[in-house]
Design a protein around this ligand. Structure first.
Ligand code: NAD
Length: 335
């Protein structure tokens, strides 16, 4: 039976980069029944909603979803599709590996860490209200249930990948109740994983230590806002958002997406770097149990970027999206 995968191309460069990922995945020979669904600003214009009910249902029913970036206005306008998707489908775990890429010059070599971010609550609960004109409150919600499931996800991930340590990142010295609960819950879950070391680090110190020496860390687990910031910081350590994949895993679905935006400045020009969404496809294949195909793609990407001959403009090359994608597919057949 083929896997049933939803392709949600999204806005801006989304259609170009997701098409590239689709081609690379097809080259593995894995049988996939793709079903394309609208999401984002384009969906809002044509269907009246950035996250139409039928897209949501298709994602819920699929084996996995590959999603392109979607445009969100800051301030007013509709709510972020990404936040809505994570909450509606309870995609509670955001998984962001940060691994050095050969050929991409960054501050450190051999970075290999994973940021696990709680995806459904914290300051992103969407509970904001005006107390009196000029005074607004945003509620930062931390629950034991959500803390426990994200802690368990982090330890399971560490165990499955043969990693040695999970670090809980928090601010429990100041936020004694909320982050105290998060830290205590992580500590309790760690008791079930005696084969994996556990420690904790205050978020500001964690940011400094990540920049000073990323090898201080292995798997990091944290609540939503800290995870949003530190996962981008980790991406910066390995060459930026253009090559960073991500996965959102939950009880009712899984969504794999690049972490960069819609890049309106280069959209439609065939110049976008599809690496991040291709590597998100790699995470998707691993999630589906297709390790060999995933490894083949990842090695090919690392080979092409390492050779630095056929890379896109953001990586200092002159190749377009299609040319780079062809090079990856060619490298896969040579693997
Ligand atoms: P952006 O990531 O779209 O662009 C920042 C810069 O990086 C631009 O110069 C762009 O050309 C470049 N860039 C990004 N991805 C690239 C790629 N794959 N290849 C080559 N160059 C690339 O960030 P932004 O300009 O802040 O946001 C634009 C829109 O994207 C906004 O509406 C924002 O809400 C949305 N956004 C969506 C997501 C998502 O859906 N996951 C994430 C971030 C931003």
């Amino acid at each position: 039976m083929p896997y049933r995968i939803v392709l949600a191309p999204g806005d801006g460069i989304g259609p170009e980069v997701t098409a590239a990922a689709q081609r690379v995945i097809a080259a593995t020979g894995i049988e996939i029944e793709w079903s394309e669904r609208q999401i984002g600003a384009g969906a809002f214009e044509t269907l009246g909603s950035p996250l139409p009910a039928e897209t949501l249902e298709a994602i819920r029913a699929a084996d996995a979803t590959l999603k392109g970036p979607t445009a969100t206005a800051s301030g007013g306008g509709y709510r972020s599709v990404n936040v809505e998707l994570r909450q509606k489908l309870q995609l509670y775990a955001n998984y962001r590996p940060a691994r050095s890429m050969p050929g991409i010059v960054s501050r450190y070599d051999n970075v290999d860490l994973i940021v696990v971010r709680e995806n459904t609550e914290g300051l992103y609960s969407g509970l904001e209200h005006t107390v009196v004109p000029g005074v607004v409150e945003s509620l930062r919600v931390i629950t034991q249930v959500a803390s426990e499931r994200i802690a368990r996800f982090a330890f399971d991930t560490a165990r499955r990948q043969g990693r040695g340590r999970v670090t809980c990142v928090h601010k429990a010295n100041i936020l004694k109740l909320s982050d105290g609960l998060f830290l205590d819950t992580c500590r309790q879950v760690s008791e079930e994983f005696k084969d994996i070391a556990f420690d904790d680090c205050i978020v500001d110190a964690a940011a400094m230590k990540l920049v000073l020496d990323p090898k201080n860390f292995d798997v990091l687990v944290m609540e939503n806002l800290f995870g949003d910031i530190l996962s981008d910081l980790a991406s910066g350590l390995v060459g930026g958002l253009g090559v960073t994949p991500s996965a959102n895993i939950g009880a009712h679905g899984s969504v794999f997406e690049a972490v960069h935006g819609t890049a309106p400045d280069i959209a439609g020009k065939g110049l976008a770097n599809p690496t991040a969404i291709i590597l998100s496809g790699v995470l998707m294949l691993r999630y589906l149990g297709e390790k060999q195909a995933a490894d083949r793609i990842e090695e090919a990407v690392r080979g092409v970027i390492g050779a630095a001959e056929t890379v896109t403009g953001d990586l200092g090359g002159s190749a377009g999206t299609d040319e780079y994608t062809d090079a990856v597919i060619a490298a896969m057949t040579n693997n």
